[in-house]
Write a protein that binds this ligand. Structure first.
Ligand SMILES: N[C@@H](CCC(=O)N[C@@H](CS)C(=O)NCC(=O)O)C(=O)O
Length: 217
């Protein structure tokens, strides 16, 4: 059955892979599943046809036959459940990998988004200079905890899983700030994720949309 996802017609990041369709593309690539992409403008995202798929008017969405999903956590989990390669077979290891997916989205992504919002959208506010150190402290605390857990392991819990896919995806947003480099093992962890052939294919596909250049090969 054909899988269709939605992505920005023109991503605000110009193709750096930070728009959340990249993590869905990555999961589909890890699972070896072909997919189609429907590009949507900011205007179309808020219109009834798209709102019927995504009540919050965002990307990405995921359609497969009668099934329509939104929220990257739910979409990646769905792909991981249906196909081999993203979740371990052992029941306990599987539950732990799912736990890391939730941790990425519920525990690590929020302070990262708070930081990005404070830096990009609130940087010109009169109170920004006072607020920023608090935001940075909260984020550094979280990154330190994650760094301590990871230690010198390659992945969060044994073999690469959907938990790592999600964690690397949320950490990538910090790359430009240089913050990630304060935690050498986290920087190396993210680089390991980016080095995966499936990630490279996903990244190249979203970049091609944003540069207008067709994919090579
Ligand atoms: N929690 C959602 C967040 C989705 C989201 O924030 N999407 C962004 C693109 S990465 C978006 O559509 N932004 C445009 C908007 O909110 O109007 C998920 O993980 O899918």
């Amino acid at each position: 059955m054909t899988v269709t996802i939605t992505a920005f017609e023109r991503s605000p990041d110009g193709g750096k892979g930070l728009a959340r369709d990249t993590r869905v593309r990555w999961a589909l690539e890890e699972a070896g599943q072909p997919y189609e992409v429907r590009l949507v403008s900011f205007k179309a995202m808020k219109e009834p046809a798209h709102l019927a798929l995504h009540p919050f008017g965002q990307i990405p969405t995921y359609e497969e036959g009668d099934l329509a999903l939104f929220e990257t956590g739910a979409i990646v989990f769905h792909i991981a459940q249906r196909h081999a390669g993203l979740l371990p077979d052992d029941a306990n290891a599987r539950a732990r990998a799912i736990t890391w997916m939730f941790a990425a989205l519920n525990t690590v992504e929020p302070p990262i988004l708070e930081f990005v919002t404070a830096r990009i959208f609130e940087g010109d506010k009169p109170w920004a200079a006072q607020r920023m150190p608090l935001v940075m402290d909260r984020l550094r605390d979280r990154l330190k905890q994650l760094s301590t857990h990871l230690g010198d392991a390659d992945w969060l819990d044994g073999a690469f899983s959907a938990g790592d896919l999600m964690m690397v995806s949320v950490l990538l947003r910090l790359r430009a700030s240089g913050l990630l480099d304060e935690y050498a093992n986290l920087a190396a962890y993210v680089a390991r994720g980016e080095a995966r052939p499936a990630y490279k294919r996903a990244f190249a596909a979203q970049l091609a949309v944003n540069t207008g250049k067709p994919l090579a090969g």
